[in-house]
Design a protein around this ligand. Structure first.
Ligand code: SF4
Length: 124
């Protein structure tokens, strides 16, 4: 069983999925999606898949928004996706706003059957 180290997880989750990722700022505060991915994949084994081409499904994304985003340090003021989900950017479409890489990574893991959503709920 292979456990993921933080730097490997940053490469997989943040560099691989996040449109807000800045390599020079990896030591700064992480979103809740990354922190949960770190709990799950730093603690358990590498899911062993690579990033897919399409944005994961909206049903899982919505379920994880409700569970993950509300306790994220960026929820109130610094996340356009969270603002849109709360109805704060009328006129914008889902395709206009992107969750962070952590939320996308977790959504992708659930949609591909690599992780049970209950496993995420258990570490929140
Ligand atoms: S999508 Fe936004 S609020 Fe949700 S975990 Fe990511 S940064 Fe935080």
């Amino acid at each position: 069983m292979k456990y993921m180290q933080r730097e490997e997880l940053v490469q997989r989750v943040c560099a691989g999925y996040c449109s807000f990722y800045k390599p020079e700022k990896t030591g700064e505060l992480a979103c809740n999606g990354f922190m949960l991915a770190q709990k799950l994949f730093g603690q358990y084994r590498d899911p062993g898949y690579e990033k897919g081409g399409e944005r994961p499904g909206s049903t899982t994304e919505h379920a994880l928004f409700r569970a993950v985003c509300r306790s994220c340090p960026f929820f109130e003021n610094d996340c356009d996706f969270a603002l849109w989900k709360r109805g704060g950017s009328p006129g914008s479409l889902r395709s206009d706003v992107h969750p962070c890489g952590g939320l996308l990574f977790l959504t992708d893991a659930v949609d591909r059957g690599r992780m049970d959503i209950q496993a995420i709920y258990r570490v929140i």
